[in-house]
Write a protein that binds this ligand. Structure first.
Ligand SMILES: C[S@@+](CC[C@H](N)C(=O)[O-])C[C@H]1O[C@@H](n2cnc3c(N)ncnc32)[C@H](O)[C@@H]1O
Length: 244
C-alpha cells in the first residue's frame, strides 16, 4: 500500500487525510527507517509495508470504536514501541490526547524526537512499566477514556496491564491477529477480575495481504481491585486464570 493507496483506503472508511497529515506520515516513515539503522524499532521497513502493516493497521480501531472519532478523548497506549497504534491515530485525529508508556527507554527517546519532528501537541510519553504506571497510588490509574495495546501480551496478561488505567465507563482496545478468539476465551476470567467485560471482537482482514485481524473491545464496568496490577513481571509469569 503506497502512501496514495493508504490515503484512499482510509477515505473509503470516511477518514480523510489532508496534505499536512500525509506529510506527517512521510516524516514518520523517514525517521522510523533512519532510527531503525541505529537500533531495532521494527522488522518492517519497506515503505508500502510500513504504510499498510503499521500506519493503516494502527488506524483500524477507528473503523469499529466510535469513541475514537468523538473528541476530546484521552488515550493511553501501553507498550507503544515505535508509536503503534497511538501516533498514527493521533495524526489522523489530531484532537486526541495521547499518553504513551513503554518500558524501553530507547523507544521513548525515539518517540520524543518523532513528536517534536511532527510538531504534535497533546502527546506525553513515560518510560515505565505498565505495572507501576497503573499502580494503586498513580495519578494515571483509572483516568483514561481508552487504553490501546498492539503486540504487547496475550489478553489474560494485557488486561492486567491495561484495565487498571481505564476509567469506569471507558474501554480497553486490543489490536490482535488470528489467535484473538482463543485469547478472549482464555482471558475472560482476568477481564472480569479487573472490572471489565468483553464488548466486541471485530474480525476483518488487512487489504492486500488478507492477514487476519481482530479489534477486541472491553468495557470497564467496575473499578479494578487495588491489588492489580501485581508487581512488574508477575502478570506475564502468572496470568490470572480461573481457579480449578
Ligand atoms: C512487540 S513491541 C510492540 C510495539 C508496538 N505496540 C507495535 O505494535 O509495534 C512490545 C512493546 O511493549 C513494551 N512493553 C512490554 N511489556 C511492557 C510493560 N509491562 N510495560 C510497558 N511496556 C511494555 C516493549 O518495550 C515494546 O516496546
Amino acid at each position: 500500500m503506497n502512501p496514495e493507496e493508504f490515503k484512499q483506503a482510509l477515505a473509503a472508511k470516511g477518514i480523510t487525510l489532508d496534505a499536512h497529515q500525509m506529510a506527517q506520515f512521510a516524516t514518520y516513515y523517514r525517521l522510523l527507517i533512519e532510527t531503525n539503522r541505529q537500533f531495532n524499532l521494527t522488522t518492517i521497513t519497506d515503505e508500502a509495508d510500513v504504510y499498510l502493516k503499521h500506519f493503516y493497521d494502527s488506524i483500524t480501531p477507528a473503523f469499529y470504536v466510535a469513541a475514537l472519532r468523538e473528541q476530546p478523548l484521552t488515550i493511553c497506549d501501553v507498550g507503544a514501541g515505535a508509536g503503534f497504534p497511538s501516533l498514527p491515530l493521533k495524526i489522523a485525529f489530531p484532537k486526541l490526547q495521547v499518553t504513551i508508556v513503554d518500558s524501553l527507554n530507547k523507544r521513548i527517546n525515539f518517540l520524543n524526537e518523532l513528536i517534536t519532528a511532527l510538531d504534535l501537541t497533546g502527546v506525553q510519553t513515560f518510560h515505565d512499566r505498565a505495572e507501576t504506571f497503573a499502580g494503586k497510588k498513580s495519578v494515571h490509574r483509572e483516568s483514561y477514556d481508552l487504553v490501546t495495546a498492539r503486540a504487547v501480551a496475550r489478553l489474560s496478561v494485557l488486561s492486567e496491564l491495561c484495565l487498571p488505567l481505564v476509567k469506569v465507563g471507558g474501554q480497553m482496545v486490543a489490536l490482535k491477529a488470528a489467535n484473538a478468539r482463543t485469547e478472549t476465551a482464555e482471558g475472560d476470567y482476568a477481564v472480569q477480575q479487573l472490572g471489565g467485560q468483553l464488548s466486541a471482537d471485530e474480525a476483518f482482514t488487512l487489504p492486500e495481504t488478507g492477514d487476519a485481524r481482530h479489534i477486541v473491545v472491553i468495557d470497564k464496568k467496575r473499578p479494578s481491585p487495588k491489588r492489580y496490577p501485581r508487581k512488574p513481571g508477575t502478570p506475564a509469569k502468572q496470568p490470572l486464570t480461573a481457579p480449578e
